[in-house]
Design a protein around this ligand. Structure first.
Ligand code: DGJ
Length: 543
């Protein structure tokens, strides 16, 4: 009997992979923030997304894992391509997924898997050959002149069912194979949106466009009127806030309505795929948006994705998704994260521009500290040649140390972050910024007093500031200078009692130097180092 149970135990170890016993990763509210819970604790994603083809070959990736570890990533975003896992309809091969999971574990990292299914950047290049070669069964998009383009139609039931079946099989496999919860979230499709026109023109699409707006969408608009994105709200209200009617009678004639129509149908399709996966294994799921270049029309930019002005359409059409995310390749990072950090939408940036930019660390601080992001992830992370020279590795090392404190304070109003805003054109606004925290007004500046401005890169400067207790603050970041003012009417002046630099080693504060003299401008200000990221504990007093 004992021998038999030992054999059963050993086999379970081989086949089922030792279970962690932790709950399935999920989202949880903390104050106004939404956090990702992994192994039953809040988790901060210090991520990086692989270049598109890197995860198609484990051997290719093998020598790159140590570099990802040197960048201090704790999570890798990796594509799973439909064509690789379902080479024949109904025959699945998960060897590559299993290998990715094993390799991530060996480097102590988690995975966010990206389902490259029906659509990857508007196109359908990741679908299996048995779909590519059968346009009769798996219908394509038609342009206004009736021509087919090599993009799967969102109006085809067989497309949707085939995708949902593959996604379901993937999640069912993860449920049994990944009992240690290495995979913490799944992105459903990649940058779904329509090009080169604003909507599809096949027979089913045309009929749907001539028909009525689904009641479900109209009810959503009526129920959420107060918090709709202002652009959508004004389109709907300026056409009479109708609660029934055709697309053009409810939203007005024109291309903006075509885009809303497209968003709705993509959302419904993606929702069906996500539902099939969640029915097997309910990991958090999201969709990502290719952002709309300003002053371009839908179709010139990818039309109908989960863009800021279409978030509500996606919320109504894809309630199975946990949140919607921006992929930010424009310099004005802050302008794009703000609309996604909504009460009803958790912020995560799966593609925070291309890896290797010196601003990436400061952007991570801003998103996590001010907008309660669950994390960020620059794209093509495996292309960083020398991690030791990349500012992201220092930023992530610092965030890793302060993560428990940051996570404890997200959503509570006792933490903020600063970084100079950058315009769409790339101009950095270095004006001083002010904010109030813990009964003090903070004045933040971003330029070093004694260094020529031309030699400074203020967009790489940023800080998180946490109010730990009365008069006590944790400040972490790089290139930010802080001065203080008391908000107490009876003791209007504020002074620095002490500033200690230091580190957290396994959660314990290890003080370094006491910073005074030139290192605090003779007690006038807190100064974070410019060349690297640092942590300082600050005590203020009033007099
Ligand atoms: C955005 C896409 O989502 C990525 O997969 C990749 O194609 C990048 N663009 C390339 O810049």
């Amino acid at each position: 009997m004992l021998r038999l149970s030992l054999v059963v135990f050993a086999l379970a170890g081989v086949f089922a992979d030792a279970a962690s016993g932790a709950s399935i990763p999920h989202l949880r509210k903390q104050g106004v923030a939404t956090q990702l819970i992994v192994d039953d604790r809040p988790f901060l994603i210090l991520g990086g997304e692989l270049a598109n083809s890197s995860a198609s070959n484990l051997a290719y990736l093998k020598p790159r894992w140590p570099r990802l570890a040197q960048l201090n990533l704790n999570t890798v975003l990796a594509p799973v391509s439909w064509e690789l896992i379902e080479p024949e309809q109904g025959r699945f091969d998960f060897a590559i997924v299993d290998g990715l999971i094993r390799d991530a574990r060996a480097h102590d990292m988690r995975l966010v898997l990206l389902w490259f299914g029906s659509w990857k950047n508007s196109m359908s290049s990741y679908v299996p050959a048995w779909i590519k070669r059968d346009p009769k069964r798996f219908e394509r998009v038609r342009t206004p002149d009736g021509r087919q383009v090599d993009i799967l139609s969102a109006f085809s039931e067989s497309n949707r069912e085939a995708d949902a079946a593959a996604f379901r099989a993937l999640l069912a496999h993860l449920k049994t194979f990944d009992q240690r919860r290495t995979v913490i979230m799944v992105q459903v499709e990649n940058e779904v949106a329509m090009l080169p026109v604003a909507r599809e023109y096949g027979a089913a699409a045309n009929a749907a466009y001539a028909g009525a707006v689904p009641q479900r969408l109209l009810e959503f608009l009526a129920q959420h009127r107060e918090r709709l994105h202002p652009t959508l709200r004004s389109v709907w209200e300026s056409n009479g806030s109708k609660t029934r009617g055709s697309w053009e009678s409810v939203f007005g004639p024109g291309i903006a309505t075509e885009e809303i129509f497209t968003a709705w149908h993509y959302a419904r399709y993606v929702d069906a795929v996500a539902q099939a996966g969640k029915a097997e294994y309910p990991l958090p799921m999201f969709a990502n948006a290719a952002l709309n270049r300003p002053r371009r029309l839908p179709g010139e930019y990818p039309s109908g994705g989960p863009l800021p002005h279409l978030i509500d359409i996606w919320k109504a059409g894809a309630p199975t998704l946990d949140f919607l995310s921006p992929d930010i390749y424009f310099p004005n990072f802050q302008d794009w994260i703000a609309p996604y950090a909504r009460r009803d939408n958790a912020l995560f940036v799966p593609e925070a521009n291309r890896a290797g930019r010196p601003e990436a660390g400061a952007e991570a601080f801003l998103a996590i500290g001010r907008y309660d992001a669950m994390g960020v992830s620059p794209f093509s992370i495996d292309s960083v040649e020398d991690p030791t020279k990349d500012r992201l590795s220092g930023a992530y090392a610092t965030l890793q140390q302060i993560a428990p404190i940051v996570l404890e304070h997200q959503g509570t109003g006792r933490m903020t972050a600063v970084q100079p805003p950058v315009s769409y054109e790339g101009a950095v606004d270095t004006s001083p910024q002010q904010f109030e925290l813990g009964g003090y007004r903070f004045h933040a500046t971003f330029l070093h007093q004694w260094t020529p401005v031309g030699e400074q890169r203020p967009a790489t400067h940023g800080a998180i500031i946490v109010n730990l207790g009365e008069d006590e603050f944790l400040v972490a970041g790089s290139g930010v200078y802080l001065e203080f003012e008391s908000l107490d009417a009876t003791r209007r002046e504020a002074g620095i009692e002490s500033i200690w630099e230091g580190e957290f080693a396994e959660g314990r504060w290890m003080p370094g130097r006491l910073l005074n003299g030139d290192e605090s401008h003779q007690g006038r200000r807190l100064m974070l180092p410019r060349e690297e990221f640092g942590i300082q504990k600050l005590r203020l007093y009033r007099y």
